[in-house]
Design a protein around this ligand. Structure first.
Ligand SMILES: [Zn+2]
Length: 449
């Protein structure tokens, strides 16, 4: 009896042990994992500590975090800005850092981030930070009195302690360039003060009551913003309708697509919509870098003995066999002369682009500096090379009908920071004098005096 009971008791113990074994193994495995195998902590977002302005919100995300501590060190003193042992080992922290409240002075500091995923595993990051609580300052010296939708403007700005100066219209930014002939270290209140010149487009679809801002920004992200006195005015552009013929589809559209599309409407829409969108993007890319100097002078030249076939801003609706199939907005002037007429550089500059460019066909783009460029499309011949300096009036090519063109003409465009604006102002001596030359002369007279 005793024996059998003992045996039964032993069986029970064994049974309990056996059923507990997997749990014990799991617990041990878990502990081994937690202590020895858990990966190192990873933290993303630490680069945000590099520049600390007057007030900065930094979001970091940690993985495999058992504990974390962040301190800022300056002049031998450490300030703790985060200390945590999170419940979950993945956590996102949002830190609002105000250097003045932490009694940090402007200049260098060091941020040290320590995190552990277990008692044996930890990481330490050291980040060199620049504390800059002095915001830049921007003043508008002079600016265009008024600009039209699809037009352009000019402003002279003075900024102190700025790493970037730009004009902001709605969500777009157009960078300003440093004015020429400035002494290298003109100090004002211990910080550099410089004059900037800004050419800016007013994109066609800008709302008419939009305010144009001048912005100065430093590396830490501090900003000063002033509004320009410039009034943005509404401009009504022409609405035109164009009947697309089978002849145009066969002669122009199908060959552009290497005859790979056989449906006339689909082919037309591909070129008119897809190609146009791509070209707009390409123009922005090509125009990203511009010469820092103002290379041009006086009015821009218009194609000799030419007739205006289409104007800037024309809203075109296309019909095919009586049905509306597509739309576009024409962003330059179409000028027609005799076939293969000589094309001259509208002003002095450097050839930025010479080659095929989508709907524009064989195209030349001349950089006149500070973001201002001129474009010559549909050419039958290109006589210049990229990088070549050209003088106003120099022959650069011949008109033609390459690209998305029905007949021999020149598509002439003015680009500002990659946006096509209306060329009419740039052909107008008076507009250039009032908006640019007089303002430059006033400014130069004042700085010399
Ligand atoms: Zn055109």
């Amino acid at each position: 009896m005793r024996d059998s009971r003992y045996k039964r008791g032993g069986g029970l113990k064994k049974f309990i042990w056996l059923s507990l074994l997997p749990i014990v193994i799991l617990v041990i495995a878990y502990l081994v994992y937690k202590v020895f195998l858990v990966p190192e902590p990873t933290i993303i977002g630490l680069d945000e500590f590099k520049h600390l302005p007057i007030d900065k919100t930094i979001t970091i995300e940690g993985k495999n975090i058992h504990s974390i501590e962040i301190t800022i060190h300056q002049d031998g003193t450490a300030r703790t800005i985060l200390k945590d042992v999170p419940d979950y080992n993945e956590k996102r922290y949002t830190l609002n850092i105000k250097p003045k409240e932490l009694q940090l002075r402007d200049g260098q500091a060091r941020v040290i981030v320590r995190a552990r995923s277990s008692i044996f595993k930890g990481i330490e990051h050291e980040i060199d930070a620049i504390i800059d609580t002095i915001p830049p300052d921007i003043q508008v010296i002079s600016a265009s009195y008024q600009v039209y939708q699809g037009g352009a403007g000019f402003a002279i700005l003075r900024a102190r302690d700025a790493d970037a100066v730009f004009i902001r219209i709605e969500d777009e930014r157009f960078r300003a360039s440093q004015a020429p002939g400035q002494q290298e270290d003109r100090l004002l209140g211990g910080k550099q003060s410089r004059t900037y010149l800004a050419f800016f487009p007013v994109p066609l679809d800008t709302k008419e009551d939009s305010i144009i801002y001048a912005v100065a920004q430093d590396k830490a992200g501090n900003r000063d913003i002033k509004s320009l006195p410039t009034r943005l005015r509404k401009k009504v552009y022409r609405a035109t309708t164009i009947e697309i013929t089978d002849d145009f589809i066969k002669r122009v559209v199908f060959p552009l697509l290497n005859n790979t599309v056989t449906d006339p409407v689909k082919a037309f829409k591909t070129v008119n919509e897809e190609w146009r969108r791509k070209d707009i993007k390409r123009l922005r890319d090509i125009s990203r870098d511009s010469n820092p100097e103002m290379l041009w002078k006086g009015r821009f030249l218009q194609l000799r003995n030419s007739k205006v076939m289409a104007t800037y801003g024309d809203r075109r609706t296309y019909y095919y066999k009586g049905e509306e199939i597509s739309e576009s907005v024409h962003l330059g002037y179409d000028l027609a002369s005799v076939s293969n007429a000589l094309v001259e550089a509208a002003n002095t500059g450097i050839v930025k682009y010479a080659g095929e460019l989508g709907i524009y066909g064989n195209t030349i783009i001349i950089d006149h500096g500070m973001g201002l460029m001129s474009l010559y499309g549909h050419l039958s011949e290109i006589m210049v090379r990229e990088g070549e300096a050209v003088k106003k009036g120099a022959v650069i090519g011949r008109t033609g009908s390459t690209g998305f063109a029905g007949g021999d003409h020149l598509h002439f465009g003015i680009l500002i920071h990659g946006y096509e604006v209306s060329p009419i102002y740039w052909w107008d001596e008076h507009w250039i004098k009032v908006n640019i030359s007089d303002k430059m002369e006033d400014y130069l007279a004042r700085t010399e005096g």
